[in-house]
Design a binder for this molecule. Structure first.
Ligand SMILES: Cc1cc2nc3c(=O)[nH]c(=O)nc-3n(C[C@H](O)[C@H](O)[C@H](O)COP(=O)(O)OP(=O)(O)OC[C@H]3O[C@@H](n4cnc5c(N)ncnc54)[C@H](O)[C@@H]3O)c2cc1C
Length: 417
């Protein structure tokens, strides 16, 4: 069923009784050409592009819970491609370009809103670093713009841009093509489009082990039986270390908890995404008026999906430095997701030492914006058994070879990226 304004109108006339299920809730078959483990955005996008771009017919996505119930449905949805290092810049720019056509491609409104992303600077050295990044982006053909303090103040009037602010704003680096999207819709849109192309989406099906013979993958053990496949892709975000260990692989990844926060709804007052430069804090306003906010990790490895109070206090204090007038704002909800923090802060989209087993992980704070690009290049690698040029740098063995892609220059300290 194609979604269109005409269809909406017709369904309105008949009390919305004709909508079909968006995707088939499939039963596992004994064998597939490709199995993807993890029904988050990345796994679903990979399955979609395997079917669409490479014509691979027998594809299954197995998900231990419900699709989009992992980080895809828990993130603050910031999308941007404002990276300094070339490997990251080109990859995230591919992803941003895919976002720009995604709703039309999937025939599903993912509510991608290019409202812009502003990174504030609060010191001369931070301004210089932002300008350097902005210049590198422009050299890579990516939009970026330096905003003076006056320009920032005009765009976000409630932001404290005064000299009396505890961390006075010097200016901001803006990427106007950045923005936000509706996270659930991304999972649902990819699931629907993949299902329409014959992909089996199998929920409540956990991978519990691998069948490996002579160094090659033969299949996966699941809570719903054995599924044979010559090619398997792992896209399980915070569970990467755990799932890869079932194939005897030790990952350069730590799993950490990251929280997000939502306030009570307010009248519209921020029509962009804005990040604090004197601490780790980012905020945007949802269409319902709620402020959607995030900060740092909880800073200890964990598989828990709920966080602790000191981080909430720290994030809120950063928010109040920016917007002192919100001191009486009430918080509505907070939750956590499990982040796959890599040793250099960049992702791993790579073959593994096991033939036919492919890895997609190490997304750190930023994998939501990567969803379309990650699915696109991961599908390419699985289909052709060789990396796409845009993920060639994101290998698993780069840490052994000393080719780290350390965007922040923070060294092999996963919780610092
Ligand atoms: C609070 C928070 C805020 C964030 N903010 C942003 C942001 O603003 N912008 C941005 O770009 N990124 C952000 N991120 C990061 C982003 O959400 C993730 O990097 C991205 O969504 C990862 O997508 P995924 O599909 O790889 O993982 P997930 O959506 O987590 O999907 C992985 C799936 O694998 C399943 N799984 C795990 N183990 C197994 C198994 N054994 N068998 C079967 N299935 C299994 C899980 O149940 C899960 O559904 C944020 C993350 C969090 C937690």
């Amino acid at each position: 069923m194609n979604y269109s304004a005409l269809r909406l109108f017709r369904e309105g006339l008949r009390n919305h009784s004709g909508w079909e299920e968006a995707w088939r809730d499939a039963e596992p078959q004994g064998a597939y050409d490709v199995v993807i483990i993890g029904g988050g955005g990345h796994g679903l996008a990979t399955a979609y592009y395997l079917a669409k771009e490479h014509g691979i017919g027998r594809v299954a996505v197995i998900e231990k819970g419900y699709i989009g119930g992992g980080n895809t449905g828990r993130n603050t949805t910031i999308i941007r491609s404002n990276y300094l290092l070339e490997a990251n810049a080109q990859f995230y720019e591919l992803s941003l370009k895919l976002w720009e056509g995604l709703s039309a491609d999937l025939n599903y409104n993912v509510m991608f809103s290019q409202r812009g992303v502003i990174n504030l600077a609060h010191s001369d050295s931070q301004r210089d670093a932002h300008m350097r990044r902005g210049n590198a982006m422009r050299l890579n053909g990516i939009d970026s713009e330096w905003l003076t303090r006056e320009q920032v103040a005009a765009m976000v009037p409630l932001l404290d841009c005064s000299d009396e602010a505890r961390f006075p704003v010097v200016g901001g680096l803006m990427q106007r093509r950045g923005g936000t999207a509706r996270h659930d819709a991304v999972a649902w849109g990819y699931a629907r489009a993949a299902s329409q192309r014959g992909v089996d989406i199998i929920q409540n099906c956990e991978a519990t082990g691998f069948l490996i013979e002579n160094g090659r993958i033969q299949g996966v053990e699941t809570t719903r039986g054995t599924i044979r496949a010559a090619k398997i892709g792992i896209a399980v975000a915070g569970h990467t270390g755990h799932v890869a260990a079932m194939a005897g692989l030790r990952m350069p990844i730590e799993s950490h908890l990251l929280q997000a926060f939502v306030s009570e709804p307010l009248k519209p007052f921020i029509d962009t995404v804005i990040t604090f430069g004197a601490g780790h804090f980012y905020v945007s306003q949802s269409d319902k008026g709620e402020l959607v906010m995030g900060g740092d990790l909880d800073f200890y490895p964990s598989y828990a999906q709920r966080g602790n109070l000191p981080i909430i206090e720290e994030a809120m204090s950063c928010g109040l430095q920016m917007f002192p007038s919100l001191s009486r704002l009430r918080m509505l909800r907070h939750w956590g997701g499990i982040m796959d923090m890599s040793m250099d802060g960049s992702p791993i989209i790579s073959k593994t030492p096991v033939g036919g087993l492919y890895l997609n992980g190490g997304w750190c704070y930023g994998g939501f914006k990567a969803t379309p690009g990650s699915g696109f290049v991961f599908a390419h690698m699985i289909a052709r058994d060789e990396p796409h040029p845009l993920n060639a740098a994101f290998t698993l063995d780069r840490f052994e070879r000393g080719y780290a892609i350390d965007e922040k220059g923070a060294g092999p300290t996963p919780n610092a990226h």
